[in-house]
Design a protein. Structure first.
Lengths: 107, 175
């Protein structure tokens, strides 16, 4: 599968791995990963295009617009768990990201 | 609702209305999230970032469409198309720089009217000829190894602009 696994993509995968069964919202993902919308959404779009993420509109109360949600597909969950850099415990935070970036810079 | 949040909502509302079909759901999703963002300025930054993401998404669609238009089996044709696009981009970038230089020159003459009266020729030579030509050469050298076609486009424009200047000087020195 051809998915570009940047450190930011790993952060997103990790955020999903923290609650693999739950639907998550874009803004919550942005807060959890520290990624801006301009970085986060291209990653979500790419993962969804590769069928690694399910997307759905949350049923809302009458008069309120629905909210978009994201969750791993079974294939996405397998992909995230199989990838050696993605942490199965969902613990990849900013510190780990900086370590990855430093490691890449030193290669 | 503060002004930045209003601008953010307007911006994303505009994007939702005008986004291509494949991006519209994503644009709506980003617009919906605005209601949950604390802080007006954060909402505006969210909208700006979202717009950038949607532009990239739309651009990737156009790239796929453009690749689809170029026959895959004819590799030389494919390469030719890529090179032509690169040269065109180079020419376009160089043209944009000249337009910017023209804008800077007009602004300088507006702020300092004496420039237009006493040093018109010198201002024109520096902002419209010297700075752009030096920039073209430097950009072409930097880009040559990785983006040869773009660098060639920039150089092509630089040569054409240089020829234009030489022609102008030659005709005006005779008169």
């Amino acid at each position: 599968m051809k998915v570009r696994l940047s450190p930011q993509t790993l952060l997103v995968l990790d955020a999903f791995l923290a609650q693999p069964e739950d639907w998550q919202y874009g803004y919550d993902l942005s807060r959890n990963t520290g990624l801006k919308s301009g970085t986060l959404y291209p990653i979500l779009m790419r993962l969804a295009e590769h069928k690694l993420l399910d997307t759905a509109w949350e049923p809302a109360d009458p008069g309120k617009p629905p909210r978009h949600m994201y969750r791993f597909t079974p294939e996405g969950l397998r992909f995230a768990r199989e990838h050696p850099l993605a942490r199965p415990s969902g613990s990849l935070g900013r510190v780990a990201l900086s370590q990855i970036l430093t490691h890449q810079g030193s290669i | 609702m503060g002004a930045p949040r209003q601008w953010a909502a307007r911006l994303l509302g505009f994007v939702v209305r005008h986004a291509p079909a494949r991006s519209r759901d994503w644009a709506s999703a980003m617009l919906r999230e605005l209601d949950f963002i604390e802080g007006d300025w954060a909402a505006l930054y969210w909208a700006l970032g979202s717009m950038a993401a949607l532009i990239r998404h739309a651009a990737s669609g156009w790239r796929s469409w453009f690749r689809g238009r170029i026959p895959n089996k004819e590799e030389p044709m494919n390469n030719f198309g890529k090179k032509a696009l690169g040269v065109g981009s180079g020419i376009g970038l160089a043209f944009l720089l000249v337009l910017c230089a023209f804008g800077v020159q007009s602004l300088l003459e507006f702020i300092f009217p004496s420039l237009r009266q006493d040093h018109a020729m010198m201002t024109h030579a520096i902002t419209m000829i010297l700075i752009p030509e030096v920039t073209f050469v430097v950009a072409a050298i930097i880009l040559w190894r990785k983006r040869t076609a773009v660098a060639a486009g920039i150089l092509l424009f630089a040569i054409a602009a240089g020829a234009h200047v030489a022609f102008f000087l030659a005709t005006h020195s005779h008169s």
